[in-house]
Ligand binder design. Sequence first.
Ligand code: AMP
Ligand code: GLY
Length: 417
Amino acid sequence: MKVLVVGSGGREHAISWKLAQSKHVTEIYNAPGNPGMANVGENLSLAVDDIEGIKGVCIEKGIDLVVVGPEYPLTLGLVDELTKAGIITFGPTKDASRMESSKAYAKEIMHTAGVPTASYKRFSSEQDALAYVEQEGAPIVVKADGLAAGKGVFVCQTQDEAKEGISQVFSALDSAEVVIEEMLSGVEVSYIVATDGTRVVPLATSHDYKRIFDDDQGPNTGGMGTVSPTPRMNAAQEQEVLSRVIEPVLAELRKRNTPFCGFLYAGLMVGSQGEINVIEFNARLGDPETQVILRRLKSDLFDILYPLASGADDIPQTQWISESAVCVTLASKGYPQSSHKGDVITGIETAEANASCVVFHAGTTLNPSGELVTGGGRVLSVTSLGDTLENARLQTYQACELISFDGCQYRGDIGLG
Ligand code: AMP
Ligand code: GLY
């Protein structure tokens, strides 16, 4: 079977790496991929939003399954176009991906489906939003309606911060709507399932670390590290998420004739009494959650995705490695405000000499001399397994110390809390 993976980050490297181990998969193509992905498949120089180009290559090469990594092409309707052309694709349609691309829509679905989430109001008038904040007071959370690359959420301790957030949403972010919601407290958990809209394959639990510095200090990033399984959620709570969050949302989307096929990611807040609320939905796998989840997946990934995407009957019982996995993001100088390109990266092979370690590429590229150099903010996802979370942590940090590039920065507390 021939598979095409759309994307070029650490998440997509992990997807290609895992699919390359499948007994069914004979060829892997990446659009556009990265230097690490070139080791597990053939990189095609196609941008993720080049819908016509991707469709053309699928037909030309006879691709049997397309797996879409990032949200942007989903929101453009990549899956709709490929499906129309008869190409079997795992990912949500443009309509279904609104679960991620519109916070207001996701809130409406949750509200109708009775899913626990922060109470909220949506406004298209800046003045009405400001008046609401005056009335409600702080703390309060302000969110731009659309995709904002992690810059559209303002968790505000004061009314002034909330007012500033509202003004940002309507001016700098040019959003037509703002969602204002109650602030939740607790610890965050990422819960992701693979689904065809009806059948659900739960993936392993995880949590990520979004801030740039230790102890959750500094600005938000795309994700500085992850662990799986997360000690923040037990098996009973997992069942609760399936029955009170995932199932009702999928049922509501079926009812609206926009069934969700793909990876559905619930970002959850677990309160001090164990109560669970949904913070947000994503219409894709998390990055870097994928890197730890797929390290722990014993089953053949193709055996899960192909039946879900094609409607075939059998999905074998999913098997997981019982060990823990830890991922640490190595970021380039200046991240997250900026990123530094062209710094030579060394030590990956030495780190991977330890069989427990796999280094996924994210923002890497080759310079004109063919050396591996930094090419983005999040450069590498260093992952290791261990019989305990602490051992996985130690192994991962030992590997990180073997890798170097100018300006390399990473958190020291991934997996500690
Ligand atoms: P989102 O893009 O909706 O995931 O929001 C980004 C981050 O903002 C989340 O990971 C949380 O840390 C925080 N956040 C979002 N909504 C809330 C909320 N209602 N209460 C507390 N924190 C929130
Ligand atoms: N790691 C968070 C995300 O992928 O949205």
